[in-house]
Structure formats: C-alpha cells, structure tokens
Design a protein around this ligand. Structure first.
Ligand code: DGJ
Length: 730
C-alpha cells in the first residue's frame, strides 16, 4: 500500500518495509515534516511536534492568519522565504512586481498507484504499477498564483522514497523562479555528520565525513556537470554510524548539472536538509500557464549503517534507474585502445590488437579517441564525426566489418557535446557553442561546449551519431565529456532567459540520450567524463555502465571503487586492467593484484596486448576465463564492504550471490606492515548454521567460524598483496 492519510490526526504516512516518513498537515494548510526513519506503526502522533522549547510559540499563535504566527518554530516539508522562517527556503520566486515573498498553502492532495514520469527529466520508474505509490500535495500562493506540487513516490519493497516538485504559474503575470529544491525537510533530532563523495580527476569518489555544526554544510557543483569534485549524493548520519550500524539518511540526486545538497542546523539543533539544482545563477521565467519540474531526489533511510544504505541503493538503481536491454545482462569483457595506442593507430594496428584480444577471450574491442576528422592529438576535430581517411582508409564500416569477422564485437568512443575551434563544425557554426558576447571563450582541453539547449544542435548530434550507428555494426558507445562549462550564455535565448542556460543544457543532453538509446536499443552505452566526472543516477537512466576514473592504478582504484560503491552498484563501475608500471602514477603492480582489484566490479582491459610476453598473455587469458565464470555472481550479487581503505589501510569486499549460496571475498593489503603476521578477516554476512566449501579446494568451513573467528590472511611480505576466496554453501 505504501501511503495512508489519517484524517483525524492529519498525518500522511509514507512507509516502506523498513522505513516510515510522516507529514503532518498543520491547520489544514501547511505540510510539516514530522518524521523520517525506522518504520513506525502509528500515525497519530501530532503531539511530537510540540517540542517543549517551542510549545509556547506554536500553541500561542497557532493559526497561519494570526499576525503573531511564526514559521520559525515549525518543521516544513517545502519552506518559503519572506515571512518568518529565516532558514534557507526550498524555493525562491520573484513576482511581477519584483517581490520575493510567498506563502503556499495546501489546496488539494491525491494518492495514485504507480509513479508519474517527470517531463523532460530522467527519473526512477516502476515496471508494474504495484511497485510504487505516489502522494501529490498541491499548494498555492494566492497572491502570485504560483502552484507547487510536492510529489512523493514510495517503493515499498525497495525501502526508497523519491521526491520532486512541480511548479505551475497559475496567475496572470510572469513569475521568476530563482531556486527550486527537489526536496527539503526539517529533522527535529538532526543527524550529526555528513558523509560525501568528493575528489578530483584521477581521485574520484573519495569518502569524506564532516561534523554538522550550526549553519550550513553543503556539497555542490557549479561546473555545469555533477563533477569529479562532488558526487550528487550525501548521507546525513548519526555520530556513531559505522559500516554495519547506526542511522543514515541518504540522498542521491537524479541530476547531472549544477547541484547543491545541504544541511542547515538551526539554533535548536533541528536540521533542514535540502537537495536540488544549485540556485546560483539559476533563474527560470514562468509565463502564465508555464511549468517547471525539478529533478528527482532518491531518499534512503538505513538503520544498519552505510552498508545497509548501499544495499538499498544498489538493487534500486539496478532495477528502477537502469533501463533497456543491458539492465539484466552480464556485461562483455572489453579491450579499450586508449592506453594501448592513444592517438596513434591505423586500421591494421587496430585489427592486429583485435586478433590478440580475441585470442585471450576479450569479447568487445573499443576504439577510443582519435578516429575522426584529423585528430592526431587533442587540439582538433571534435564535432567532425566522420572517420579520418588516413588512419582508417576502409572507413569505420570497414574496420567494424573486419573486427566483427574475427568474432569480436566493436565499440566506439565519441564526445558529441563538444566542438574544437579547429573543426569544420565550428567554422560553419561559431555561434553553436555556449558563449557570452564580448567575452573570451575559455577553452579547456582545447575545446568548447555545444549549446545543447538548441534544437538544431541536438539534431546535429543525433544525426551524426545515428549515421554512424546505422552504417556500422557497433555494439557499444563510450560517451565522453572532457570539460566543464564556462561562459554559460546562449545565442538562442533572450536576456531574461540566460539564467536558464545551464539547466537547458542538461535537459538537452537528456533529450539527445533518450532519442539515441531508444533508437539504438542494442547498443551498450558507457558513460564517461574524464573518468568519473558525471557519474550520477541522471546519466545512468541512459547508460548501462560508467568509467569510474582515468586512474587505472590498482592501489588508487581501491579507494575510488570503494567510495563509488557507497551508492552505485558494482555492475555500473567499470575498471580496466592496464599496463604496469601504470601510466598515471607509474606504479608497478602484479597482474594478479590488478585482477583482484577489478574482479568485484565490471572488468575490462586497456593495454597493448601486442607488447606482452606469451606468459603474460596466458595469465590474461586465465583471468578472463575466471571472470567469465564468476561474472554473473559478481554483477548481480549483493555487495558488502568488509574493510575500508579510508580507515587505515586494508580493504576487503564481499559479494553474496544466489541467495547466499555463493560467497566471494577479496582482501587487499596495498602496503606492507610489520604487524601483518596476524592479519585476519571476519565474514559477518553468512548463515552461521551452514557449512561452506571453499571452491577449488576440499576445505569445509562452518559459517559460525568464518563469521566470528574469521579467516587468516596468508602471510606474504611486500606491498600490494591480495587474496581471494570463493565459498559455496553446502
Ligand atoms: C578521457 C577519458 O576518460 C579517457 O578514458 C579517454 O577516453 C580520453 N578522454 C580520450 O580523449
């Protein structure tokens, strides 16, 4: 059922198997936030609102039309500004007279089966209407005519609640929306810390924890894309939270542009949590009848620490965000040409690499950057999506045909949102890039960003890509994006709509991706933005996997993958075994260590097999065979973090698959330590009354022993030691 309304108490109760979320309708007009947390079984607790320190204020001037009425003491679901709430508002408007005051009150509500789509935006979906239920609260500000729908969808079995807001100008004058959060709520017993994923290029998704003090703590991006620096996710947690215990209130935004997620702790310790499009330089003109929809926020509560949070996010994202043919299919083992060849290749060298790839069991060959225009380095040709006849005299079609004839699938790299100033496209359409008149056009990797808010630009990209995909037998596209947005102006919009450019860009990108993924359902699309600079659920509504970082060093990848796994399922996180010493950090690593670091995720290769010894090629062949045997368990199993690289050195991960029948455990020690003779690891998530056979050996372990006494780690001196166990329940 998922949603009920108790008319006596005025409480909407949104519940999942393990979570409750309650909204109190205050004086029949204001939706107040009453509770989000562990499942409760009563919806008659309006008295919860009357915290002793506030009681006097609330009871004295209870009615909204009483001049003494104060919002300051109330926990809102979607607060406004300009009357008596001085915390950050959920939305910000200017009316036609320039005033910013609003007072939106409930005018109607409804409960629906299933979940509505968000116009123009990607969002979670339910396969069948019984999987979700939706509550829509409609508020109206009578002076401006602004209507706001607060939309809540409850996925009961997934323990996930989604939220977004939809604005309509129901008045007679233009309005301007200067900020519009996807969600907002005021938590009475606020969490004490914020956990975030941040970093930079080559150091994505690093876990950081911050104490929440009085005032605002935020994670945000103003780079035009969700960014390396800040993943659009935050977990607000109790002080004592660990991987296995404690309360976590997590938010993940289904959005790929400028965003902000923040917590604002007030003078009473109550915490307002908000997430949505970043309001800086955002402004949306709403003409009478005009509609604006915010992106969706995914809300996950876990009473079982960060591990419990991830095990709610992973299956939800895999089945309610991922779409298309690949959603439930194992992913091919690919070889990417980037670190093998960079820009220097030709038809014959690619084919030779493909032959070697076929020999070791690779299934898909991906031709990376450098195949189009006259691109011999990163200074030209973005936008000119036709093959370089010098490198590929038989064209892309010819190359695909030859690669396919070897029994390999073929994939291709593209970066369609960009244009090089040295390109036919730029010479023909210099106004198609984002720019501001009379200002320089800042370049980043020698490129500019196309204005995807424009229909003709979107059509150009769709046509160019469709032409390639129609003509060539391609099974895979790697979609890259190697710069951030600067000078965000559009030649196609009037001055009073320039504040819309950044969001229109993201909407345009979604429109392009929707068209292409629907037109080419057999193609596997991989998301990439200089590694993991745009790894978010918005993109993952169109892409089946994500290149998590350009850093392929195995030691660095332990942290990057560990962090990414807080939110994203391992099947989304791709990692390639690359050369040793590694090209980014020049650190050498054994093939086995690189294999073990890749194995629990979505494995590929990115090295020149033609430079490898016969022994190394045999090792790679054996790795690929092992991965193919385990791939189904890995890519569709439940992921557990047993030990964190962010808390003192060692990393350990586990996957439990097929209802716990298969248990895979990986342990990593990146650096040698003097005390390591006593290293051990406990595997807490087993059946303590069952027995487990270690696959490939005749050793049998009792579940209780593995859980409570644990395994001892083999003792081996030196850096970069790893060990793997596969247990089968008897
Ligand atoms: C950045 C990507 O992250 C790399 O994997 C590679 O595709 C390069 N771009 C190519 O320019």
């Amino acid at each position: 059922m998922g949603i009920t309304f108790n008319r006596d108490s005025g409480i909407y109760h949104l519940f999942t198997n393990n979570t409750s979320y309650q909204i109190l309708l205050y004086e029949n007009v204001y939706p107040l936030h009453l509770y989000w947390g562990h499942r409760v079984y009563d919806d008659n607790c309006a008295w919860q609102l009357e915290a002793p320190y506030r009681r006097a204020h609330i009871l004295l001037h209870a009615h909204p039309d009483d001049p003494g009425f104060s919002r300051e003491y109330l926990p809102f679901e979607y607060p406004c500004y300009g009357t008596s709430d001085f915390r950050s508002p959920a939305y910000d408007i200017s009316d036609w007279r320039g005033h910013g005051v609003s007072d939106a009150r409930l005018i109607s509500w409804q409960i629906l089966s299933g979940k509505p789509e968000l116009e123009g935006l990607p969002s979670s979906y339910c396969g069948d209407v019984d999987e979700a239920q939706t509550l829509i609260l409609t508020l109206r500000d009578s002076v401006s005519g602004l209507e706001i729908q607060l939309v809540y969808s409850v996925f009961e079995n997934s323990d996930v609640i989604t939220r977004h807001a939809r604005f309509t100008n129901g008045g007679e004058h233009d309005l301007r929306l200067n900020g519009a959060a996807s969600m907002s709520l005021d938590m009475k017993h606020g969490p004490e810390q914020m956990i975030q994923l941040c970093g930079t290029a080559l150091r994505e998704t690093h876990v950081e924890k911050r104490a929440l003090g009085t005032g605002i703590t935020a994670i945000e991006s103003l780079r035009g894309i969700s960014s390396h620096q800040a993943n659009p996710f935050a977990a607000f947690a109790r002080r004592d939270v660990t991987e296995t215990c404690g309360e976590v209130f997590a938010i993940s935004l289904v959005y790929s542009g400028n965003f902000r997620i923040q917590a604002e702790r007030d003078m009473y310790g109550s915490t307002r949590v908000q997430a949505g499009i970043h309001p800086h330089q955002f402004s949306w003109k709403l003409e009478p009848g005009g509609v604006f929809t915010t992106p969706e926020a995914l809300l996950v509560y876990s009473g079982e620490g960060l591990g419990g949070m991830s095990r709610r996010f992973h299956p939800f994202l895999r089945t309610h965000i991922s779409r298309g043919e690949y959603r439930d299919q194992v992913r091919p083992v690919l070889l990417n040409t980037w670190e093998a060849f960079y820009f220097s290749f030709c038809h014959d060298s690619v084919l030779e690499l493909a032959r070697a790839a076929r020999q070791v069991g690779i299934e898909l060959l991906v031709l990376d950057d450098g195949w189009f225009g006259h691109r011999d380095d990163d200074r030209s040709s973005l936008g000119d999506w036709y093959p370089d006849a010098k490198k590929l005299p038989r064209g892309l079609e010819g190359l695909c045909r030859d690669v396919n004839a070897l029994g390999l699938k073929m994939g291709l790299w593209v970066e369609p949102e960009m244009v090089s100033p040295d390109s036919e496209l730029y010479r023909a359409h210099p106004d198609w890039c984002l720019h501001v008149p009379d200002r320089k056009r800042s370049q980043w990797r020698n490129q500019l960003v196309l204005d995807l808010g424009r229909e003709e630009v979107r059509q150009y990209i769709i046509d160019a890509l469709s032409k390639i995909l129609d003509r060539c037998e391609l099974s895979y596209i790697k979609w890259d994006c190697n710069r951030r947005i600067t000078e965000a102006g559009s030649a196609a919009l009037p001055p009073d709509r320039q504040g819309e450019v950044m969001h229109r860009y993201v909407l345009g990108l979604y429109r392009v991706m929707k068209t292409l993924t629907e037109r080419f359902p057999h193609v596997l699309f991989e998301n990439c933005a200089s590694g993991g600079a745009r790894f978010d659920p918005g993109m993952m509504c169109y892409f089946s996997q994500n290149w998590a970082s350009d850093n392929t060093d195995a030691v660095s990848r332990l942290s990057i993958q560990h962090g990414a796994s807080l939110v994203y399922p391992p099947i989304w996180i791709t990692f390639h075994i690359s050369a040793s010493p590694n090209h980014q950090l020049e650190r050498p690593s054994s093939l086995q260590f690189r294999e073990h670091v890749c194995q629990p995720f979505n494995l590929g290769y990115e090295l020149n097999l033609l430079n490898m010894s016969p022994e190394e090629l045999e090792q790679i062949k054996a790795q690929i065979q092992r991965y193919k045997q385990l791939r189904n368990l890995i890519q569709f199993g439940d992921f557990y973090r047993l030990s964190s690289p962010f808390e003192g050195g060692d990393t350990a991960w586990m996957i439990s698959a097929q209802e716990g029948r298969h248990i895979l455990v990986w342990y990593y020690k990146p650096y040698a330590r003097p005390e390591e003779a006593y290293l051990g690891i406990r595997i807490p998530y087993l059946d303590e009354h069952a027995r487990y056979r270690q696959v490939g050996t005749d050793r049998i372990y009792h579940g209780s022993i593995l859980m409570h006494m644990g395994l001892t780690i083999d003792w081996k001196n030196g850096d970069q030691f790893s060990q793997f166990w596969h247990f089968e329940k008897i």
